[in-house]
Design a protein around this ligand. Structure first.
Ligand SMILES: O=C(O)CCC(=O)C(=O)O
Ligand SMILES: [Fe+2]
Length: 646
């Protein structure tokens, strides 16, 4: 018999989900689902009988004591009773330890019950029924019809050896196991039933793949297909006389066919060549990602951040930039080095120690989650011509996304006290603007509040333990964070922001019982309640800027929700300065080679989405604050996450 502890310490990769081929009935499926090695009843029996023996032997010693003198009888009896109590306590503790380690698989177990209680008590209602696998299908006959305009179906493959990792998402969904801690530790109820028909379809597909000797199963999902260029800029259709009107020989402009062809509108070729690069750590060790600096000089190297084992991190870059990863304990020793190109923007660091035999079962699961992701990314790229920067499977955003079918499209947004127009400035990326979102007095008051609180050097997100870091060559401004509760004014701005974003106001509210303890890493993070960060009021002085970057964070394999910054609301607080425009250098447009540029105007709000409707983060959402020339630029950022804040 394989003992439980041997199975857990085994160096072999463990299949979390039992092999599918051997399961016929639903009952077997439930029984076999996860953790074969967890049901070591034999071990239990052994413990039980040992324990009984102990009881017997202690009662046996009582019988022997009868012949002893009375004082001895009492003294020894007390001694034996104490010993028996100690023995029983020690044994009970040991047995509990065993149970804690290996037998927390019933949903009634205290630990998982309490963690589920947290989940259900404190979760936002908008996450009810949240499924990471929501928009993928392994049942060709039950393909959903197009759920939204501009979403197109495509097929992808999951390698058979990664199917267990995909099934794990269904199990985590069924258990509402947000950070996979329960499924990866194999603390799964043995009687867990998964009602999702897609899960059962996947299992059938695996059986079929085995029968047909295929090494993969096929799934279907959607990618975002933006409107055609001419649909984005419909007014340009006017200069396309014949093709539109299907009169090839007559021209209303009198242009020859040749000239007309020249005049046919097409997107401006952009001079900006930046893009997002993603670095995947396929090793069980945390690593540090560094930018190699200008010309690879050590003194201009910069830490991008820490990448957790089997997780990823990314950054905005340009072709030809060089990056390297190092062990956390030796930041100068390069394990891998890459030069990125626009065609090769996903870099993978493999386990350089090659100690695969030391990987834990959880390591193997995370590894296969990444392998399935990489495979999916290839199919997504072929279908959409975009790099998949999220983590498969990533459901569509749960929050509404305001339509942007063409530039100049006008929405009318009802705010508490007035109705204001909201205009589409760019379709890809999706950018909308609203004048007079804030009054002059509100702008002034926000700047005063921030100044009173004190401005500090702005930082960049660096992931993992590296947290935030200051980098003057990228972001030289100063800023202050104002929580919604700071004042009636900030509260009012959040409420108005919810109206603009078409979201429920309560989603942007911090819970009253927020008491996250910075010093205690174990403390539950109640910030999950609000999907909005505190307002970040930023001040740029002459020469200060924020070079082209993305606001999204790279969704993690470790989080069932895969939270990321969904939307950014920029609020300009003044305009008595020159320079400091907000520029989207990759925005598709007919005539400007530097994308789309917005000139700050006090009170104006700019809303843009960092995600696409298909669940990917939007590489084209890259943006920058151009350097301020004269005067000071003030602005506030409000970031809203999907589906929850991290
Ligand atoms: O200042 C701006 O125009 C943009 C600011 C920005 O992108 C940011 O703070 O993330
Ligand atoms: Fe930004």
């Amino acid at each position: 018999m394989t003992t439980t502890s041997a199975a857990l310490n085994s160096n072999e990769p463990q299949r979390v989900v039992a092999p599918l081929e051997i399961m016929d009935s639903q009952e077997e499926e439930e029984k076999e689902l996860l953790c074969k090695e967890t049901s070591d009843d034999d071990d239990d029996d052994e413990y039980d009988s040992d324990y009984d023996d102990d009881e017997d032997s202690s009662s046996g010693s009582w019988k022997d004591l009868i012949v002893w003198s009375e004082w001895r009888q009492h003294g020894v009896a007390i001694l034996v009773a104490i010993l028996a109590t100690i023995l029983a306590t020690v044994w009970q503790h040991y047995a509990q330890q065993q149970e804690h380690d290996y037998h927390l698989f019933e949903s009634s177990s205290s630990s998982s019950a309490s963690s589920n209680a947290y989940a259900s008590t404190f979760r936002h209602e908008h996450l009810d029924g949240y499924q990471r696998t929501a928009n993928i299908s392994f049942c060709p006959s039950t393909l959903k019809s197009k759920v939204e305009q501009h979403l197109e179906l495509f097929d992808f493959h999951v390698p058979l050896e990664s199917v267990d990792a995909v099934q794990l998402h269904y199990v985590a969904d069924a258990m509402e196991d947000d950070d996979y801690s329960t499924v990866l530790a194999k603390r799964v109820p043995s009687k867990l039933t998964i009602h999702d028909p897609e899960y059962h379809c996947l299992r059938q597909r695996v059986v079929q793949a085995n029968e047909n000797k295929k090494s993969y199963v096929t799934g279907t999902t959607y990618f975002y297909q933006p409107p055609s260029f001419l649909d984005m800029y419909p007014h340009l259709k006017d200069i396309l006389p014949e093709q539109q009107q299907q009169q090839p020989t007559k021209s209303i402009t009198g242009l020859t066919d040749k000239n007309k062809k020249k005049r046919q509108p097409k997107p401006a070729s952009l001079s900006f060549t930046g893009f997002a690069a993603k670095f995947i750590n396929l090793s069980p060790h945390p690593i540090l990602l560094h930018w190699d600096g200008k010309g690879g000089h050590a003194n201009s190297q910069r830490l991008v951040g820490e990448i957790a084992p089997f997780d990823s991190l990314g950054t905005a870059t340009t072709p030809g930039q060089s990056f390297f990863v190092s062990p956390v304990y030796d930041s100068s020793h390069a394990l891998d080095r890459w030069v990125v190109t626009a065609d090769d923007s996903v870099m993978v660091h493999e386990d350089s120690t090659k100690n695969h035999h030391k990987w834990t079962p959880a390591d193997w699961q995370l590894y296969h989650m990444q392998m399935a992701n990489l495979e999916f990314a290839q199919h997504y790229l072929i279908a959409s011509h975009r790099t998949w920067l999220a983590h498969f499977p990533r459901p569509f955003p749960v929050h509404p996304m305001i339509a942007a079918t063409h530039v100049g499209q006008q929405h009318s947004v009802k705010l508490e006290d007035r109705t204001l127009p909201l205009e589409v400035v760019s379709v890809t990326p999706r950018v909308l603007a609203m004048d007079d979102f804030l009054t002059h007095d509100e702008c002034q008051a926000l700047m005063s509040l921030a100044a009173a609180q004190g401005l500090q050097g702005s930082t960049l997100y660096a992931g993992g333990m590296a947290q935030q870091q200051r980098d003057l060559s990228t972001r030289s401004s100063t800023n202050a964070w104002l929580s919604r509760e700071t004042s009636q004014l900030t509260d009012r701005i959040y409420r108005r922001a919810a109206q603009l974003l078409q979201m429920k106001e309560s989603l942007l509210q911090q819970p009253a019982f927020y008491h996250h303890d910075e010093d205690d890493e174990e403390a539950p993070d109640y910030t999950q309640h609000s999907i909005a960060e505190s307002l970040q009021v930023v001040r740029y002085q002459p020469g200060e800027e924020y070079t082209a970057h993305h606001d999204f964070v790279y969704p993690s394999a470790r989080h069932r929700y895969q939270p990321t910054r969904y939307a950014t609301l920029l609020l300009y607080l003044n305009d008595d300065f020159t320079g400091g425009q907000t520029n989207f250098p990759r925005a598709v447009n007919p005539s400007k080679h530097d994308g789309i540029t917005i000139t700050p105007k006090a009170g104006k709000a700019v809303l843009f989405y960092n995600m696409l409707p298909d669940g990917n983060v939007d590489d084209l959402s890259q943006h920058q604050s151009l350097p301020v020339e004269n005067g000071e630029k003030w602005l506030a950022n409000l970031w809203v996450w999907d589906p929850v804040i991290n």
